[in-house]
Design a protein around this ligand. Structure first.
Ligand SMILES: Cc1ncc(COP(=O)(O)O)c(C=O)c1O
Length: 371
């Protein structure tokens, strides 16, 4: 259908990367990394050059999120790794899950496989959000701030009590989707989204209450916890600005560059910028007959990942392939398992409003040229 598609050169974005994971890393960061020469890459993560970098990253998060009572911990393995680490080492008897897409679902499945704990499940059809809540039966509440697969954000943090730990997977929302993160006992994310890193690392903000829970479970030694998932090792190493095993130094470098840039603007400003970009994309979708917002309830529409359904007459995968071949737009396909005729678009901090405007113009132009 799109064999003869041509895009006017004035519509071309200055960066084609609109994917939600991993997200774009600014080329200036890559150049800055190059400029470190022999002083950083390939040097020991137990020596000052890398440890100072880790400390700068930890301090950068403390500043950005105005943390006062949480420790910034980090390690290898990303958010996926933490699902098991939380199930094994932070959940006493039962965890409660709020599932509205593939990532929250995978977190639930990870806990469900652990023989020593039970799980409680609240699940909605994909495309909907749900009200999060506490439960007497459970001692850990699992929340997903932004469901990257569907574009649902759930910012409400339920009231907790002394015996309940609240954990939030904030992977694709942390940095530009606001919630009461200080009420969350373990707010964690992989850095390859808004924080412009690469995959492989995790970062988390751990409350004293969650730390006590982790150390108690570990001390009781009633269950096997692999050494790589040992909470005490993660906490102790993070305190020393290290990771238990060898980290990717370039990843830390990119995250630090991004934090420096984001801290110059501050969280409030960045939230406002995210709001404006989201408004642009959703207004565009609502203004076109052949488009519709997948998330119907505006309250749950993500400010970082937009999911836009497209009329079945238009083969989205053919269009995205064509735009990719022309090096104009990369990675706006829907989450593969959703199987929808849909655009999924990153509105992460490094994707500028100007480029999003170009993207929506290109997509309108392409579709309207064949209708
Ligand atoms: C919400 C959410 N949680 C978890 C993950 C898994 O992250 P990782 O691949 O770094 O383990 C992703 C990845 O896209 C995600 O979007």
């Amino acid at each position: 259908m799109f064999e003869n598609l041509t895009i006017p050169s004035n519509l071309k974005p200055n960066d084609p990367r609109f994917g939600v994971g991993p997200s774009l890393i600014p080329t200036e960061y890559v150049n800055s990394l190059h400029d470190t020469g022999v002083e950083l890459l390939g040097t020991s993560h137990r020596k000052p050059a890398v440890k100072n970098l880790v400390k700068e990253v930890q301090d950068g998060f403390i500043q950005y999120f105005e943390l006062t009572d949480h420790e910034v911990i980090l390690g290898n393995g990303g958010a996926t790794f933490l699902w098991d680490m939380i199930g094994l080492g932070l959940t006493e008897n039962c965890s409660k899950h709020h599932v509205c897409g593939e990532f929250s679902n995978k977190w639930h499945l990870a806990h469900d496989k652990i023989p020593w704990i039970d799980t409680c499940l609240e699940k909605v059809e994909y495309g909907q959000g749900l009200q999060t809540s506490n439960s007497d039966k459970c001692d850990l509440i699992a929340l997903t701030l932004n469901e990257t697969s569907t574009g649902v954000q759930m910012v409400d943090v339920p009231q907790s009590d002394d015996s309940t730990i609240i954990c939030m997977d904030a992977t694709s929302g942390a940095g530009q989707i606001e919630c009461n993160h200080k009420d969350v006992d373990f707010y964690y994310f992989s850095p390859q989204k808004i924080f412009a890193g690469e995959g492989g690392l995790f970062f988390g903000f751990l409350s004293e209450k969650a730390k006590e829970r982790a150390l108690k479970i570990q001390k009781d030694q009633k269950r096997y916890i692999p050494t790589i998932m040992d909470w005490k090792l993660a906490i102790d190493n993070s305190k020393k600005n290290q990771t238990y095993n060898t980290p990717s130094v370039s990843n830390l470098f990119f995250v630090n560059e991004q934090l420096k840039a984001m801290n110059k603007l501050g969280r409030i400003k960045i939230n406002e910028m995210a709001q404006i970009k989201a408004q642009h994309v959703y207004n565009w979708a609502e203004s076109k007959e052949y488009l519709s917002c997948f998330i119907q309830d505006e309250k749950f529409r993500s400010k970082s990942v937009a999911t836009i359904d497209v009329d079945e007459k238009i083969p989205v995968s053919e269009l995205t392939q064509k735009l990719r071949d022309q090096h104009l737009i990369y990675d706006i396909d829907s989450y593969r398992k959703l199987g929808r005729n849909q655009f999924r678009i990153s509105m992460f901090h490094n994707v500028s409003l100007e480029n999003l405007e170009k993207l929506t113009n290109i997509l309108s132009h392409s579709i309207e040229s064949v209708l």
